[in-house]
Write a protein that binds this ligand. Structure first.
Ligand code: HEC
Ligand code: HEC
Ligand code: HEC
Ligand code: HEC
Length: 293
């Protein structure tokens, strides 16, 4: 209990500092923090300003098309209107590292993480699309539009080598497809039941900063999140926990996936402005949004 309180007051201290920094930096800070996807490394269109983006090609000025299509999307996993084949890659998962301390069950790589890995595992061209821009152009197997040219990315269109190319070995990455807090939580409507099997996590009781796991039923889908920003309901700057079926160990429940920590549309919340975080990395606030350490 004491640990939680100490941590909460630290959290509030950081928030106060950030608010002060925002006031001092004024408009420049706001523009950086709230600019949309066009100003990020996920703008792969001809208007992209990152190292890697398309430089010319019919329809290549479209930003969303690299990830979403309004029609004919891949439905082999629950990802929103996905315009790329989801990878069939065989992954090595974090549990295969065999740390003695891991509590949660790790599932095969799935959910929204597959969407991220459809570029970040480095196996598929980043302009390999199911529905290319313009009339027709639909190929459920995926195809690269003719005549598109890139800067940064090689002729193969793959994620360049380096830390952003996550690869198929996920043993050196924060676990994904893993039960939140060692399992133990379930939800019905807005009622959260059970308790964390691993007590070192934000759970059913709010910590000093008001962080707490919440649940709701939307279109009969039971959803879970860690309330961080304090406003009502699940927001993009809360920690999103994805619903997965942990058969044999607690049934349907919350899981940590790539997009639990990252929102692919917004560069960052916070003054550090890195890596599409849902919660700032300043003072390790992102880590302390789940872990009680
Ligand atoms: C680099 C890939 C990428 C690009 C480019 C992209 N998105 Fe997304 N989008 C995703 C992923 C991954 C998700 C699922 C994330 C989640 O679970 O919150 C998503 C989710 C969404 C959602 C549903 C969840 C939410 O945050 O509201 C909407 C709506 C959406 N995208 C709209 C857009 C639009 C509009 C554009 C273009 C302006 C765009 N996206 C560009 C990857 C992308
Ligand atoms: C269409 C391809 C594509 C998809 C899909 C995609 N990304 Fe990216 N992502 C990129 C590219 C390209 C970069 C820039 C790589 C570089 O410069 O080395 C990038 C960079 C990043 C970065 C680093 C940002 C920084 O400031 O350095 C993060 C974090 C990231 N992506 C996370 C995600 C997550 C999480 C998802 C899924 C929710 C996702 N990406 C889906 C293409 C993609
Ligand atoms: C538990 C939180 C968490 C999860 C889950 C997570 N990430 Fe990250 N990721 C981070 C943080 C924090 C950083 C910033 C690291 C840094 O500052 O170097 C980061 C950085 C990145 C980067 C940029 C690497 C760099 O150092 O420049 C990429 C790309 C990325 N993540 C992609 C992914 C993908 C793809 C997944 C799912 C397979 C994923 N992340 C899952 C927290 C997470
Ligand atoms: C979305 C919630 C969430 C966030 C955010 C998060 N983690 Fe985790 N983390 C988990 C879960 C769940 C596990 C699995 C714990 C278990 O089952 O024992 C885990 C596991 C770990 C492990 C491995 C534990 C082991 O026993 O092998 C480390 C280390 C870790 N996290 C560090 C971090 C750091 C550092 C950050 C911030 C960069 C971070 N985490 C952010 C949820 C999160």
């Amino acid at each position: 209990m004491e640990t939680i309180k100490t941590q909460g007051s630290k959290g509030r201290g950081v928030m106060r500092w950030l608010t002060a920094a925002a006031l001092v930096l004024g408009v420049g800070f706001s523009a950086g923090a709230y600019a949309g996807i066009s100003a990020t490394k996920h703008n792969l269109s001809t208007s992209g300003t990152g190292t890697n983006h398309v430089t010319a090609g019919t329809g290549a000025d479209q930003i969303c098309v690299f990830c979403h299509t309004p029609h004919g999307a891949d439905t082999s996993a629950p990802v929103p209107l996905w315009n790329k084949k989801l990878p069939a890659t065989t992954y090595q998962t974090y549990d295969q590292l065999n740390t003695s301390t891991l509590d949660g069950k790790v599932l095969s790589v799935g959910s929204v993480s597959l969407a991220c890995l459809s570029c970040h595992d480095g196996t598929q061209a980043m302009d390999n699309l199911i529905n290319a821009p313009g009339a027709g152009g639909w190929d459920p197997a995926g195809a690269r539009p003719a005549g598109w040219t890139w800067t940064g990315v090689g002729a193969d269109g793959l994620m360049p080598a380096g830390i952003t190319n996550i690869g198929a070995d996920l043993r050196n990455d924060h676990p994904i497809g893993i039960q939140y807090c060692g399992g133990g939580l379930s939800g019905t409507g807005t009622t959260l039941s059970g308790s964390c099997n691993d007590g070192d996590f934000i759970g059913t009781t709010a910590d000093g900063s008001g962080r707490v796991v919440k649940t709701a039923s939307i279109n009969t889908n039971q959803v879970f999140w860690v309330e961080v920003n304090g406003s009502t309901g699940r927001q993009k700057d809360d920690i999103v926990l994805y619903t997965r079926d942990f058969v044999g160990s607690g049934g349907v429940g919350p899981s940590v996936e790539c997009a639990s920590c990252h929102d692919p549309h917004v560069e960052s919340k916070g003054s550090d402005n890195i890596a599409f975080m849902r919660v700032t990395t300043a003072g390790s606030q992102i880590c302390l949004s789940c872990h009680v350490k």
